[in-house]
Ligand binder design. Structure first.
Ligand code: SF4
Ligand code: SF4
Length: 427
């Protein structure tokens, strides 16, 4: 699709009134203090690209990629400009003229193939458990890795041995009388890096009367592809997922991952598949999509009766894709507050990006760590025993933060704490 015809480029660029409000809230601008990496600078850059005043070359891509796609700018923009969408459209346009074979193989061949992803996870687990990763680091071999990977490999330290797909069956029967059949949109991050979250999700859903289906032919939600200049790949993945889930006879489609739920929202799918003949498929699919926190509270109407006391102090980090992209802020907190004895302490700026942003911490490690430092300061000042969040990317980033700053607290999804508090009668 022509870059100039993409909805954000065609309809939104002209609305910028140059007020600069987006700049004042941008976590990247706060670190770099350079207009070219500020959201307003991105808007100018996309305009210049559209008008052929700058060429679609790699240095322009690199400038635009200094962005967490956190949406802080767009929710503060008085003109309602979706700056991250503009940015993704521009990156994709530039990438098409400057493709990278390594990126294509990794994102199109490996990341779209659950079996290869599982093998990749197993390789990382083996390297970590056998000390290979540590040895390679002390011998300086990790420095041979491209880009920021030589430093960023430290983020992938606690990769579990088994993915959620290896642990959980395709069909998970409801405990007792079945209320709903639920399709579980199991994201790659949860599958590979946080299988305990998937187990908790299935445990809680089945114990509250849901039959949970995990379709084996489901693919990645496409967030990493869209963020890395590959909008066409993200489109193909979205089309595949629409087909897979629309074929299923389910009442709801639920996900516990903030990024997946934003990617499979009606707004995102319409932007991605604009005028490509999928409106009916999107309508059918999105009428069933629900974030797990909302589903538990608003559909299943779960109650705190019978939950075991936890007696822990928890602080909650709002993932950008849940809080800013979908305004889901209260529900995860309500779930945490349901657990008897659990004290919820708010951190300062709980919705400030942690710097993880999917692959950003890997492609922009030093910048990502600067953003993380502020988040860890906020967390440390709460004195919490546990950090809660709803996104596998935030979870990995915050775990890395606890290692870097020697802050002894596990990072958990609210559903993991809920599952742990569930009594034996519901197990
Ligand atoms: S999405 Fe976030 S990081 Fe990117 S320009 Fe907007 S505020 Fe800055
Ligand atoms: S806040 Fe919106 S209108 Fe103001 S400069 Fe940024 S993009 Fe333009």
């Amino acid at each position: 699709m022509d870059f100039r015809e993409l909805p954000p480029v065609k309809d939104q660029l002209k609305k910028c009134v140059r007020c600069g409000r987006c700049r004042t809230v941008c976590p990247v601008f706060a670190e770099i203090r350079n207009e070219t990496v500020a959201p307003r600078g991105h808007v100018f850059m996309v305009q210049a690209l559209r008008d052929d005043k700058v060429q679609p070359e790699t240095p322009v891509y690199d400038r635009l990629s200094n962005c967490l796609l956190c949406e802080t700018c767009s929710i503060n923009c008085p003109s309602g400009i979706e700056i991250p969408e503009l940015n993704k459209a521009a990156r994709s346009f530039i990438y098409q003229q400057n493709p990278s074979a390594i990126k294509d193989v990794f994102l199109d061949r490996v990341w779209t193939n659950p079996t290869l992803m599982k093998l990749g996870g197993l390789f990382m687990w083996t390297a970590n458990k056998t000390g290979l990763q540590k040895a390679a680091r002390s011998l300086g071999l990790t420095k041979l890795l491209p880009g920021d990977l030589s430093e960023a490999e430290q983020i992938m330290q606690d990769v579990p041995r088994r993915s959620a797909r290896s642990i959980l069956p395709e069909v998970n029967k409801a405990k007792g009388e079945m209320k709903y059949r639920v399709g579980y949109f199991l994201g790659c991050g949860t599958d590979l890096f946080s299988p305990s979250v998937a187990e908790a999700t299935v445990k809680v859903l089945t114990s509250w009367g849901c039959e949970v289906i995990i379709p084996r032919d489901m693919k990645c939600c496409g967030v990493p592809h869209a963020a890395n200049g590959k909008l066409d790949s993200a489109r193909n993945l979205a089309i595949q997922n629409l087909k897979v889930f629309n074929r299923l006879d389910v009442d709801y489609i639920v996900t516990d991952c903030a990024s997946c739920s934003a990617a499979i929202s009606e707004k995102s799918l319409h932007l991605l598949l604009n005028n490509q003949g999928y409106d009916e498929e999107i309508k059918k699919f999105c009428s069933k999509v629900c974030d797990l926190n909302k589903f538990l509270l608003e559909v299943l109407e779960i109650k705190p009766q019978g939950l075991k006391p936890a007696n822990i102090k928890v602080t909650y980090h709002d993932p950008c894709h849940l809080a800013k992209a979908q305004d889901i802020r209260q529900q995860p907190r309500d779930i945490l507050r349901m657990i008897p004895g659990l004290e919820l302490v708010e951190m300062k700026d709980s919705d400030r990006c942690c710097g993880g942003s999917g692959t950003f911490s890997i492609t922009h490690y030093p910048l990502s760590m600067k953003v993380l430092e502020k988040k860890m300061d906020s967390i440390a000042s709460t004195g919490a025993d546990v950090i809660a969040t709803c996104c596998p990317s935030c979870t990995m980033q915050l775990k890395h933060g606890t290692n870097l700053y020697h802050y002894d607290a596990p990072v958990k999804h609210p559903v993991e704490l809920l599952a742990a508090a569930s009594t034996q009668t519901r197990d």
